[in-house]
Design a protein around this ligand. Structure first.
Ligand code: SF4
Length: 444
């Protein structure tokens, strides 16, 4: 159970020395209670107090970083079961799998695809995260060659999945300093795996079928000095994964089983239902997802789903308010006003581009709310439109005073005309109809 600030304060040394970066021990206690500081910042805490405080104030799921450099990503550090309770913070890394039985050309092609491919949605570039190299051959030399081929092609986060610790040791000679995730420590080999993880500072996957074995394995591995762990639940079916991953998330965030507070690994081809497994993994708590290279359709579906699930539900994605150009609009181009909810902006912009009619988009600040919501909430008003027209100098850009407003803002049309002195035309409710509307209704 989480400790309150005063209970935490009682355990602190109360020197008020500021070495933790806080002016007093009490403010530090308040930060700890809110999960915004780490107990290690106080150098005067004894080990017993540290372990009591650490167990209750650290994030219930440990943060694990994979890779180095520009494409590095962190997973874990989640604190809720459902995203509407707060938000999910760290989107799962999705890695394309290659095998050491593939030709160097095939391995390079897949690696370059992950390096270069990106898909832009609501103003964000979405990408896959790295490469998982599998030691299908069983040969340490073939595995090391495949790892070298990937490494020569791109600086991407890696998962190294070898059959033996010897094969891993050989591969780590080349890429050990790039913080790859090594797979996998089991009851049988965990001491050798921990030694490798410690030597190279790598995160490590632990693998077992039962939650009890995973918990005891996690304890043994941390005792061996391997702290950065990810858990492979060895699911036999998708249902099995769902049951185990949900149980782990519940036990971890309620701190009933802190030894299960690590991110979860999912090898989707092993389930036999790859696309479904990716969707399930994204929605239900997988943090590292390995997949065979995906088709364009499956790629877009996976990246879109991940973006949606990991968007903060309390903060709509927003555009900066302003006057945007579609094409090269002249003085007689139409001006379309809408809100700064990103999805509205990019949807409308896409349809406007396809009309091939150059125009202006006047984006007003509704704090990211959609048209319908902002009208209902009173955020979209005639004064906002009037001030925005002035602020962004729209009169200087066009030779007319006609403003097209969204169909859902029709109740405001009269008030906007009065407040601005502009003639208001009510556009369609559905952005898909804007092309037809402009071709038929727009008059200079
Ligand atoms: Fe108090 Fe420790 Fe911070 Fe010093 S470092 S102010 S003793 S909490």
């Amino acid at each position: 159970m989480a400790l309150k600030a005063l209970d935490i304060y009682k355990l602190l040394p109360k020197k008020n020395c500021k070495e933790c970066g806080d002016p007093t021990c009490l403010t530090f206690a308040m930060k700890l209670a809110g999960g915004k500081a780490d107990v290690d910042l106080c150098p005067y805490l004894d080990e017993q107090a540290k372990s009591v405080l650490g167990a209750t104030t650290r994030p219930p799921i440990r943060l694990v970083k994979i890779g180095v450099g520009e494409r590095t990503f962190g997973v874990g550090e989640e604190s809720v079961l459902y995203r509407h309770e707060k938000t999910f913070y760290h989107p799962p890394g999705i890695l394309f799998k290659v095998s050491d039985t593939q030709t160097p050309e095939e391995i390079t092609r897949i690696t370059l695809r992950v390096r270069d491919e990106s898909f832009t949605r609501v103003g964000t570039d979405l990408r896959f995260n790295g490469i998982a190299i599998e030691n299908t051959s069983g040969s340490a030399e073939s595995f090391a060659r495949a790892v070298a081929t990937v490494e020569e092609s791109a600086d991407l986060p890696l998962v190294l999945a070898a059959k033996t610790t010897g094969a891993l040791a050989l591969a780590l000679v080349q890429v050990g300093s790039y913080r790859p995730l090594i797979h996998a420590a089991t009851r049988d080999n965990f001491k050798e795996m921990c030694a490798l993880a410690k030597k190279h500072g790598c995160p490590m996957v632990i693998k077992a079928e039962s939650l009890d074995t995973l918990a005891s394995l996690a304890k043994d591995c941390t005792a061996e000095g391997a702290q950065k762990l990810v858990m492979d639940l060895s699911p036999r079916t998708l249902g099995d994964f769902l049951v185990k991953s949900t149980a782990i998330r519940q036990l971890a965030i309620t701190r009933k089983a802190p030894e299960l507070g690590y991110p979860v690994f999912l090898d989707t081809p092993a389930t036999g239902l790859q696309d479904a497994a990716i969707a399930l993994g994204i929605a239900k708590y997988a943090s590292v997802i390995v997949t065979a290279p995906l088709s364009p359709a499956s790629s877009k579906a996976a990246l879109t789903l991940r973006q949606n699930i990991y968007t903060d539900p309390q903060k709509p994605i927003q555009m900066t308010p302003g006057l945007y150009r579609v094409g090269s609009p002249g003085k007689d181009a139409p001006v379309l006003m809408t809100v700064n909810f990103s999805l509205t902006f990019f949807t409308l912009e896409g349809y406007l581009e396809s009309t091939r009619i150059p125009c202006f988009m006047l984006i007003v600040d509704t704090e990211g709310l959609s048209v319908l919501t902002s009208v209902a909430a009173g955020k979209l008003s005639e004064t906002l439109v009037r001030d925005s027209l002035k602020k962004f100098g729209v009169e200087n850009e066009v030779s007319h005073k006609t403003l097209i407003i969204p169909g859902y803002a029709a109740p405001l049309s009269g008030r906007i005309e009065e407040a601005t002195g502009w003639k208001v035309m009510v556009g369609p409710r559905d952005a898909a109809e804007i092309g037809e509307y402009l071709h038929t209704e727009w008059k200079k």
